[in-house]
Design a protein around this ligand. Structure first.
Ligand code: TRP
Length: 336
């Protein structure tokens, strides 16, 4: 298919820490799987990370880390695939201003992240906006701009991002009602069967809970991390309950169906210890990420490849976002 015939899949990840198994299964792998039918635009949302990461060298390092991660996991930049860094595309921020003038403030009041932060303040009895930056409040508008600036058709994300895509659509609709069809309405795309990958402690795997399995740990550390998965204290000989067991859930997320069914049977029969299952899971994770981990290490050792790819990506991204920006300027009356 020629490039312009393909629909566009676009998504971003914030550089806030090493990518986890949850990120990979829930979002990165499904997004990469779209690369043979879509024109993919995948990026590093570094200005979104700036709402929380306030250490300059750290943000810079995390950005390289995430670029290397996308590439190591199989994103192949070329005609139909682009990797770029959000902050390299100034058009996004110009568009963001235009969008913000059509964004009902009440829509942002209801956005989950802002609402959670202000509800927490209310609970603790401080002022409603204590510690909340305008950047956090405007986060959904920047995200809408990320998406609308590229005429994205689909946005592969985790379930937690659904509201943000809805907000992007809402904003685009206001613009289109005002000026006619200027912006394309995006659809979210959520991987239904892997919506929540549990973390080591059984809660959703999340960097903010400190319960993650990072992808590119060296084998020994990966095994040690897997051993920390919390289980009940049933001894090996006793039958076990696959439902509600975090170890079983994680095993199911990475092993083929037949192996999962086999483990289910062994759980119900008894005679298999959790330690043994953890070792099996660790072996599988080590094998699964061995090659990507080598590529990741190589990319991180010599940054020149990443720099070149991000430069090329930025150039391509700017040309697309520039056209959408021009369309918007013409519509709103700031083009001469
Ligand atoms: N908010 C997203 C997250 O936290 C990251 C993100 C920023 C994004 N811009 C985007 C995702 C645009 C999809 C499309 O995961």
């Amino acid at each position: 298919m020629a490039s312009n015939d393909r629909p566009v899949s676009l998504t971003g990840i914030k550089p806030t820490g090493a990518a986890t198994l949850g990120n990979y299964l829930g979002m990165i792998r499904p997004a990469l799987g779209l690369a043979d039918q879509y024109r993919v635009l995948y990026f590093i949302a570094d200005y979104h990370a700036l709402t929380t990461v306030h250490d300059g060298p750290e943000l810079c390092e995390l950005t390289y880390d995430l670029a290397a991660t996308w590439l190591a996991l199989g994103l192949e930049p070329g005609e139909e695939a682009t990797l770029y860094r959000q902050s390299d595309v100034p058009e996004i921020f110009e568009i963001m201003w235009i969008l913000s003038c059509f964004t009902p403030k009440g829509l942002l009041n209801r956005a989950h992240a802002y609402k959670a932060a202000s509800d927490a303040n209310e609970q603790s009895g401080t002022t409603p906006d204590d510690g909340i930056s305008a950047g956090l409040f405007n986060y959904p508008v920047l995200m809408a701009s990320d998406i609308l600036a590229f005429d994205a058709d689909v946005v592969p994300v985790g379930l937690d991002q659904k509201q943000h895509i809805e907000i992007a659509r809402d904003i685009a609709e206001v613009i289109n009602q005002t000026y006619g069809p200027v912006l394309r309405l995006p659809e979210h795309r959520i991987e239904e069967n892997v919506q929540t990958i549990p973390g080591l402690d059984g809660r959703k795997m999340s960097k903010s809970y400190g319960n993650t399995i990072p992808l590119f740990l060296e084998p020994k550390k990966l095994r040690k991390t897997v051993r920390k998965i919390v289980t009940d204290s049933r001894p090996p000989e006793e039958p076990k309950d696959p439902e509600g067991d975090t170890l079983f859930a994680l095993f199911s997320a990475v092993a083929p169906v037949d192996d999962v069914e086999d483990l289910r049977r062994r759980y119900l029969e008894g005679g298999t210890g959790y330690g043994e299952v953890k070792d099996d899971l660790a072996d599988r994770l080590i094998a699964l990420f061995e090659e990507p981990r080598q590529r990741y290490d190589e990319l991180m050792a010599g940054r020149a490849t990443i720099d070149r790819i991000l430069d090329e990506g930025a150039e391509h991204a700017r040309s697309i976002a520039g056209r959408v920006r021009d369309r918007l300027r013409t519509a709103v009356g700031t083009a001469r």
